[in-house]
Design a protein around this ligand. Structure first.
Ligand code: GRG
Length: 323
């Protein structure tokens, strides 16, 4: 973490994120036609995609492309694609058969506005659009290396596919469903770790949250032309910040609700939900978060300091964010 402040005192993280969000929103806006048939489906996709969001995954993807020396625009189709996957996972997560949430990013959820069948289909369509978008040669800038680029795109598509299915997002969600009838599958899948709450929690977070964050970084590095060694270092960086993201989320759940309630124990410590503060205590959870941050930062040491500044700040932001 010391390296973080020394390297990048002049880096304006807020401006960096703001500029990336604008560029990513433009790409997402262009990716789904407004008002074209089937209009209800396209509207629902646009509603979910353009409803705000911090755009952390696309920023990671663009920053990873840049840190290995690739021009950022090369990674824009991939950055848009990872946000499409993220958005569709939120749409499905909010459905009545999953978390049954009415609000997302401060707005009514997709199924509340468009109905459940359209929300399911909008999610499905966003998922396939993400792959279509990544694979569309025409969506890449003309200066990509025509010899190397197609192979990089294929490799990146493989990374994206892997992080979504039974080794990624879907697996994490299945594990979360252990109180519903899916439990049978869940138990078959996980064997003995079922009896170890911390292992179980880490499994959920590594799949549900860290997998897509990891893929976002790795895909950016692949498209940017990173070496295998660089890609693996960045994968480690991303895995640490992926877990960090969720540990901090758990901590915020406790501390924010404590503030709101004016009490020392927040809603999360009192609820049934398993969280890091509940299993480790608040102090140990904070220590764990700092460890994960320094593990992530360590992986950036071999990169050019200036080029690594966005990834360094993204890690610090994830560790110290307040929402
Ligand atoms: C992927 C095929 C497929 C199905 C979906 C429902 C499901 C399987 C997975 C759920 C995944 C899920 C909801 C993970 C939570 C991820 C997470 C940490 C969300 C919050 O991310 P932020 O803070 O949100 O980046 P914003 O709104 O800023 O984008």
């Amino acid at each position: 973490a010391a390296a973080a402040s020394a390297a990048t005192t002049e880096f304006d993280f807020k401006a960096y994120m703001g500029e990336r969000a604008v560029a990513v929103n433009r790409a997402l806006d262009a990716a789904v036609p407004a008002g074209e048939p089937p209009a209800a489906l396209h509207d629902a996709m646009r509603y979910a995609l353009l409803a705000g969001g911090k755009r952390v995954r696309p920023a990671l993807c663009l920053a990873a492309c840049a840190v290995v020396g690739g021009p950022e625009p090369w990674a824009m189709p991939a950055a848009a694609a990872v946000e499409m996957v993220h958005t569709m996972s939120l749409v499905h997560d909010d459905l009545p058969c999953m978390d049954d949430d009415d609000l997302r990013r401060g707005k009514p959820t997709c199924h509340v506005v468009y109905g459940e069948p359209i929300a399911v289909l909008a999610g499905d369509a966003l998922l396939s659009l993400s792959f279509h978008h990544m694979a569309s040669v025409g969506s890449y800038p003309p200066d990509v290396d025509p010899e190397k680029h197609p192979a990089r795109v294929v490799r990146a598509i493989g990374e994206l596919a892997r992080c979504i299915g039974s080794e990624g997002l879907v697996a994490g969600q299945l594990k979360k469903c252990s109180t519903c009838p899916l439990q049978v599958v869940d138990l078959e899948m996980t064997g003995t770790s079922e009896t170890v709450p911390l292992e179980r929690l880490e499994y959920i977070h590594l799949h549900k949250t860290a997998a897509l964050l990891e893929a976002s970084v790795v895909i950016g590095a692949i498209i940017g032309g990173g070496t295998d060694e660089q890609i693996e270092r960045l994968r480690k960086y991303a895995r640490s910040i992926g877990l960090l993201f969720q540990v901090v989320d758990d901590i915020l759940d406790v501390t924010k609700s404590s503030e709101e309630l004016g009490k020392t124990a927040g809603k999360d410590l009192a609820s049934d939900k398993t969280t890091y503060p509940k299993l480790l205590g608040l102090e140990k959870s904070r220590e764990f978060a700092e460890e994960l941050l320094s593990d992530a930062v360590e992986q950036l040491a071999c990169f050019d300091k200036e080029k690594a500044a966005p990834l360094l700040h993204l890690a610090n932001y994830i560790a110290h964010r307040q929402n």
